[in-house]
Design a protein around this ligand. Sequence first.
Ligand code: FAD
Ligand code: NAP
Length: 337
Amino acid sequence: MQILQNISLKAYNTFGMDVHADYYTAITQPEQLAAITADASLPAKRFVLGGGSNVLLTQSLHGLVLHNKIKGIEKIKEDDEHIWVSVGAGEVWHDFVMYAIANHWAGIENLALIPGTVGAAPIQNIGAYGVEVKDAIDCVTGWHWDMKQLLPFYNDECAFGYRDSIFKHQLKDKVFITSVTFRLNKKPKYNTSYGAIEQELQKMGVTEPTIAAIADAVIAIRSSKLPNPREIGNAGSFFKNPTIPATQYETLKETFPTIPSYPAGEETVKVPAGWLIEQCGWKGFRAGDVGVHEKQALVLVNYGNATGGAVWDLSDNIVKTVHDKFHITLEREVQVW
Ligand code: FAD
Ligand code: NAP
């Protein structure tokens, strides 16, 4: 295992922030984690990095960056309805989605083209187009730094919620996820009701949906709406969609009759954060190299040499103006280091 020093992380985060890590190593085997735990000469502060598509790097990282590169896909078992497959946490998420589709395994096709690694998918319970990854996860396996062993975390132990899991709370910084076991469906249940999927399928001339066609539709929609991090630095949605009491929503509606909402629980509703931000005039805003994407106000962007601090300051201003106008406090989805 090679430990490198003073490494730029610019190529390893989709915002393209040029910050340095004091120490850096790539993890290709779970066994390396035991060796790192036992090596007292290494920094105690560790940063686990996957594809770097959900982090904002605001400063140099004083510690050891562990870049997850654990690969491998293994079929575990199957029955008439399902197939269980264990996937190395360092596999690229979208590649795994395509692999599942090629094998006719259903359940994650709506999550095509989400950047990042398989190991990060459970952390915020990635979701898109009406599907959340929690519904396909059987078990998450991870190295527990304090317990010094690999442990399974079964689905019902992961406290999955909307862009949330136990790995963001009680187990934050305590576990390096090494693999995820998925339970995928042999008989697909299509989910095409969300957003523009139906329309896109029609445009593609698809009359009978397949999981491959749904993934193609999702890829087409995403490619037309979202900035490609290879072209403009970003980390996807910077904020979560807030969930507010239905009573607060009704009051807001008196002043803002067009405010959209989606059901979220019995007495709460979800309001699209992008709409709130747009109403505050931020869509398309640019100051130097930092900005709010012109097509999606939920996405903050780095046009070149923006610093993480500048993106943070912009996000702070957005939080303030949205709060002043709507009395809703936006929560950042991106992990800030
Ligand atoms: P990183 O950014 O590397 O890490 C994110 C967090 O997870 C960090 O706290 C890190 O320490 C931790 N982590 C990563 N790997 C591990 C591990 N193996 N063990 C323990 N901790 C770990 N998200 C959605 O939910 N839905 C979307 O539709 C979506 N679309 C996006 C579109 C774009 C253009 C972009 C840039 C991002 C989008 N995202 C979306 C956000 C992002 O892709 C996901 O959150 C993704 O799961 C992050 O994976 P990553 O490997 O890049 O994680
Ligand atoms: P969109 O379709 O324009 O919709 C805007 C927002 O309204 C979304 O955030 C979505 O919430 C909500 N919404 C729309 N239709 C809904 C429905 N039928 N039921 C419940 N909620 C609905 O959003 P978009 O920006 O193009 O993104 C499309 C999908 O990709 C969304 O699911 C979004 O979450 C996901 N995405 C996520 C990220 C990220 O970084 N997290 C980045 C890009 C796209 P939800 O977000 O709860 O679905």
